[in-house]
Every structure is written in structure tokens, then in C-alpha cells.
Design a protein around this ligand. Structure first.
Ligand code: ADP
Length: 250
């Protein structure tokens, strides 16, 4: 199978900084896989996403998507930011349709997708409501719908759920996985939350150290598992392994 994304020996140093922020990152993402990068704050998680998105250029190494070198931002690599970056005075529908309009998606296709996503995210009754009137949880649903409507082959989540309360966050996890199953995107999510990483990641990459490096990759046996089905001793052992891998270098 051709990789969706190939990161080959990528390092990056901000021009105003003496030291590299990330160093010699190698990572591949398969189509329709869901991958989590976990690590403490300041190890370069956002920097790496910004490089993949094409907002930043590697100082060394290359990033290819579907065999083509990443150069600049593109709708094929969507991002859901933590602050969601929605337009507060526009309605839910206007926010969701913004991307398709920019990339000139045919109206019948974008309106079909809009209906499907409003229904999946349970936002039908809010379609004409401006964003500033919505709660944080509803705004996050809009942010997900706005990302998925573009059908990006690769979707990235930058600590997207970290500001939400526990209940809303777990609702968002389920919604994200439901949308992912239907839409077949490749996903990279970054987080500092270990339990979020274990629920959401088929593959979990640990990024740590200064400069940040990928120190370990885990194939996660607890991906998308109902906590009540998990044998607690095995789960705790796996979780502890992940915690100690994060602590080793930070
Ligand atoms: P994380 O997302 O893991 O918290 P970041 O990618 O935000 O980490 O930051 C990684 C490192 O790069 C940190 O040491 C941070 O101070 C530095 N950094 C981030 N943005 C800039 C910038 N614009 N200029 C200089 N250094 C930066």
C-alpha cells in the first residue's frame, strides 16, 4: 500500500532560535489510519504538525504526501486547531461551507455533505445560529464538520479537545471515530493526554526530548475500546509503559 504521508529525516529550527525544535523525525502514515503523537509540552508537537501542513519548511529532510513533496498549505491536509479558528459572526452553515467555497466544490456536492455532517454532528437545529451563541462543545462539533466537509485525505488535530470538559471530550472522541470510519481519512492527532492517546490512536508515537525526537512507537491494543471491556491490570501495565516512555527523556 502506498503511504499517505512520509516524513523522512526531518529536523526544524526556528530562524530566531539557536537550537532545533525537532530532530530527525521519521514517520509514515497509511491511508485511513489514525495516529496519535503524544508528548509533554514544548517538545515540538505543534511544530511537527505545522511542517506537515506546509505552514513551515523543514530545515533538513523531506515530507511527502501521496508521493508529492509538501510545499505550502493545501486543503488535502486539513487541521482542527484547539481554538477552532471559527468565524464567530458567521452561522454554523456558513462556517462549514467556507472551505468548499474556497476550493470551488460543486454546490450539490457541498450541500449533500453539509446535510450529512450536520446530521452526524447533531447540529441540524443550529445551522443558522451564529458561532458566538454556541457552547464550547457545539463549537467543537462545527470545527469537526468544517474539517471533514473538505474530504481531506489527511486530517490533523492539534490538541483539539484539550479545553473541553471530560464528558464533552469523550463525546468528541466518539464523534471523531464515527466520522473517521465513514470518511476514511488518515488522521494525525497530537495530544499531551495519555488516555486520549490510548482511546484514539491505532498507532501511538511518543515525541520527547529537546530537540523533540520520536522515541517510541506503540501499536495500541486498546484503540477505541470501551473502558468496561478492558482488563484493568493489562491496561494499567500498558498505560504505565507509555507514561514511563514519555518521562524517560522529558
Ligand atoms: P509543543 O506543541 O510540543 O508544546 P511546540 O512545537 O509549540 O511544542 O514548540 C517546540 C519548541 O519550539 C519549544 O521549545 C518552543 O519554545 C519553540 N518554538 C515554538 N514556536 C516558536 C517560534 N515561533 N519561534 C521560536 N521558537 C519557537
Amino acid at each position: 500500500m502506498t503511504d499517505l504521508l512520509t516524513i523522512d529525516n526531518v529536523s526544524f529550527r526556528y530562524p530566531n532560535s539557536a537550537n532545533a525544535s525537532i530532530q530527525e523525525i521519521n514517520l509514515t502514515v497509511e491511508p485511513n489510519s489514525i495516529n496519535v503523537i503524544v508528548g509533554p509540552s514544548g517538545v515540538g508537537k505543534s511544530t511537527l504538525l505545522n511542517l506537515i501542513a506546509g505552514f513551515l519548511k523543514p530545515t533538513q529532510g523531506t515530507i511527502e504526501m501521496q508521493g508529492v513533496k509538501v510545499q505550502g498549505a493545501n486543503w488535502r491536509r486539513g487541521i482542527v486547531f484547539q481554538d477552532m479558528a471559527l468565524y464567530p459572526w458567521l452561522t454554523v452553515k456558513q462556517n462549514i461551507l467556507f472551505g468548499p467555497k474556497m476550493r470551488k466544490m460543486p454546490a450539490n456536492q457541498s450541500l449533500d455533505r453539509l446535510q450529512y455532517l450536520l446530521s452526524e454532528t447533531r447540529l441540524l437545529e443550529f445551522e443558522d445560529t451564529p458561532i458566538y451563541e454556541l457552547s464550547g462543545g457545539l463549537r467543537q462539533r462545527v470545527a469537526l464538520a468544517r474539517a471533514f466537509i473538505n474530504e481531506p485525505p489527511l486530517l490533523m488535530l492539534d490538541e483539539s479537545f484539550s479545553a473541553l470538559d471530560n464528558y464533552t471530550r469523550s463525546e468528541m472522541h466518539s464523534l471523531l471515530l464515527a466520522l473517521w470510519k465513514n470518511n476514511q481519512n488518515g488522521i494525525i492527532a497530537i495530544t499531551h493526554d495519555i488516555d486520549e492517546a490510548i482511546f484514539l490512536g491505532q498507532n501511538i508515537y511518543v515525541l520527547n526530548g529537546k530537540p523533540g525526537k520520536i522515541s517510541q512507537k506503540f501499536a495500541n491494543p486498546y484503540f477505541n475500546m470501551d473502558m468496561s471491556e478492558i482488563l484493568s491490570t493489562e491496561y494499567i501495565a500498558f498505560r504505565n509503559q507509555l507514561v514511563s516512555s514519555i518521562k524517560q527523556m522529558s
